[in-house]
Ligand binder design. Structure first.
Ligand code: AMP
Length: 115
């Protein structure tokens, strides 16, 4: 069996992180290395999907729930305007292979995409 992902370890409270939202199937944390004034990660609790393509194919309702949590957080923290980024594949900058969305908001001028 592979090692639990860093996000699973956060969910299990084995690694500290600020959990900013939680539903039955999704949770959200502050990114430890923020690339924007608002930089959150929205993550399915299940680690069975490596990236957004797997998630979308297998459980579109869970992907929709993830997007809804992202929108609610962006409504609270950056006026509902945000970038939603799913790095997909190592060459695209993905480092954690437990699907997650980056929610970037605030003043994004001069900011490059995550990765
Ligand atoms: P990605 O490179 O798209 O796979 O995104 C992984 C993200 O997880 C990066 O933006 C990291 O800064 C973030 N990250 C890694 N470890 C932690 C942690 N312990 N707490 C919060 N964010 C983390």
């Amino acid at each position: 069996m592979s090692e639990p992902s860093v996000f699973t370890r956060i969910l299990n409270r084995e690694i500290p992180a600020e959990i900013v939202a939680e539903t039955d199937r999704v949770f959200a944390i502050q990114d430890i290395a923020p690339q924007a004034p608002v930089h959150l990660l929205v993550i399915p609790k299940t680690a069975e999907y490596r990236d957004v393509t797997e998630l979308a194919a297998a459980d579109p309702a869970l992907l929709a729930e993830l997007v809804a949590v992202a929108k609610n957080l962006a409504d609270e923290r950056c006026g509902g305007q945000f970038r939603l980024i799913f790095n997909t594949g190592a060459n695209a900058g993905q480092t954690v292979f437990h699907v997650h969305a980056h929610v970037l908001g605030g003043d994004l001028e001069e900011k490059s995409l995550v990765g």
